[in-house]
Ligand binder design. Structure first.
Ligand code: DGL
Length: 266
């Protein structure tokens, strides 16, 4: 396998892309951020499933051989549909992140706080995946709908006043739950890692994007030729805005041109 597709509603999936790029330097990676339709997490299951099918269809039109669904909302609502519809392998974020969280909880007091979008939390997918590994783990799930707009609008730095106030509102009521791990079940949330760690400094923070990148790297194996892999970025909204924001997050400028996709055509 040489070419891997990655998609998310926006910038969040870059938390998977970045790790995958490090883990698989010889693979071609094609990233699609559906920035014209972000957020997914406030939408109905039916709409999320339609969007996920279109995102995968687009990546398949670029001849990818496997897809990392670097989106907690699409993974928890549509992974089954993607697997039934297409014949290539898919890796979602739920199972790999649940495994990491279960490990942390087993080495601690057995408590995990899951943060996700409203649509993810409504499925109970993380809870089920953690309990399938260890039914004694106490899991509490909290929807944090304002985190995605904060990230998409660049409010991510530690100390950001708006981000800190919102994080306190969502998280402080759960400080007494004393989790061993906080599972950042939406791939946008690791961009707020510094802000979240300021509010809940003790638990281990688990990035669903990073955990899924490791799972994809395992599946992909080494390609036959060891020439450096290529990177392609696509967005359904303004390529310049995507390029600027993605470069800021990745900490290195995106040099290949970001291309626009009319995603409703897929
Ligand atoms: N980053 C996505 C997730 O992991 C989507 C968030 C959203 O678009 O609401 O859930």
């Amino acid at each position: 396998m040489k070419t891997i597709g990655i998609f998310d509603s926006g910038l969040g999936g870059l938390t998977g892309y970045r790790d995958l790029r490090d883990l698989l330097p010889h693979h071609n990676l094609i990233y699609f951020g559906d920035t014209a339709r972000v957020p997914y997490g406030t939408r109905s299951r039916e709409v999320i499933r339609r969007y996920a099918l279109q995102d995968a269809n687009f990546l398949l039109s670029r001849n990818v051989e496997a897809i990392l669904v670097a989106c907690g909302t699409a993974s928890s609502n549509a992974l089954d549909l993607l697997e039934q519809t297409f014949s290539i392998p898919f890796v979602g974020v739920v199972a790999p992140a649940a495994q990491k969280a279960a490990c942390c909880a087993a080495g601690g007091d057995g408590r995990v706080l899951v943060l996700g979008t409203a649509a993810t939390v409504a499925t109970g997918a993380y809870e089920r995946a953690i309990h399938a590994l260890d039914s004694s783990i106490e899991v509490r799930s909290v929807a944090c709908p304002l985190f995605v707009p904060l990230v998409e609008n660049g409010h991510t730095s530690k100390g950001d006043v708006a981000a800190t106030a919102i994080a306190q509102e969502y998280l402080l009521p759960h400080a007494d739950f004393r989790p061993d791990a906080v599972l950042l079940g939406c791939t946008h949330y690791p961009l707020l890692m510094g802000v979240i760690a300021d509010v809940l400094p003790e638990p281990v923070l688990i990035s669903a994007g990073a955990a899924s990148a490791r799972a994809m790297a395992k599946l992909a194996g080494e390609p036959e030729e060891d020439v450096p892999g290529t990177n392609e970025f696509f967005t359904s909204d303004d390529p310049q805005v995507f390029c600027r924001e993605a470069s800021r997050y990745l900490g290195t400028p995106i040099t290949s041109p970001v291309q626009h996709v009319e995603i409703e055509r897929y």
